[in-house]
Design a binder for this molecule. Sequence first.
Ligand code: ADP
Ligand code: ADP
Length: 218
Amino acid sequence: MIELTALTKRYGRTTAVDDLTLSVRPGHVTGFLGPNGAGKSTTLRMIIGLTVPTSGTATVDGVPFRARPRGLRHAGALLDAGDVHGGRSAVAHLSALARSNGIPRSRVEEVLREVGLSAAARRRIGGFSLGMRQRLGIAAALLGDPPVLLFDEPFNGLDPEGVRWVRDLFRRLAGEGRTVFVSSHLMSEMEHCADRLVVIGRGRLIAEQSLAEFAAGS
Ligand code: ADP
Ligand code: ADP
């Protein structure tokens, strides 16, 4: 369970996230919908403790991550697909993450298989397509087998088969009782995978409802 209470982040005069209060429940895929610049990435970064809130709190299973990321065994996130060392192989990248998060090395091959990157495991990440980078980021999020998973624009760069695979993965993770929170700027991407929706605009909460309520226009 993720709980945000009056969560706010300002950058100078820009209020990226404005007094956000909401909860994201386990056992569901919750879509986090809003246009570019709405504050989605900033919110996700505050949830895992990579960005410190200006005020308010974000807790995961009752524990605030504020000040320091608690690591991949507690919450895994696919963040910006860009921030990996291109010179490394996928195996080297994930092995380093496993080591620093106290995760058994055997998980590396497992998650690579799960995301369909086994054949590319020893190739340089620098030569990966955007879709392969997304798969690698998803592998990193899955590495610690965490109860809470955050995905920032996971569909970017994926072909239709990749999109179906990611949707099925999210449904399965939620079916296992995990909390799955997925940001997107496109409603069409949420339609076939989310069962709940949180909509934000200019950092503020606009709606929080089930997909059925959303579709009914309530
Ligand atoms: P989204 O993920 O919905 O596209 P972001 O959370 O990335 O939105 O950005 C929300 C707002 O905060 C934008 O106006 C963005 O320019 C600003 N912002 C985000 N990160 C920073 C930062 N590190 N420094 C300054 N402004 C930022
Ligand atoms: P840095 O000083 O490079 O930001 P961090 O340890 O804060 O070092 O994080 C390194 C990278 O690991 C971040 O850029 C982020 O993408 C990723 N990261 C950190 N914590 C998590 C987490 N809980 N889930 C997923 N990715 C994470």
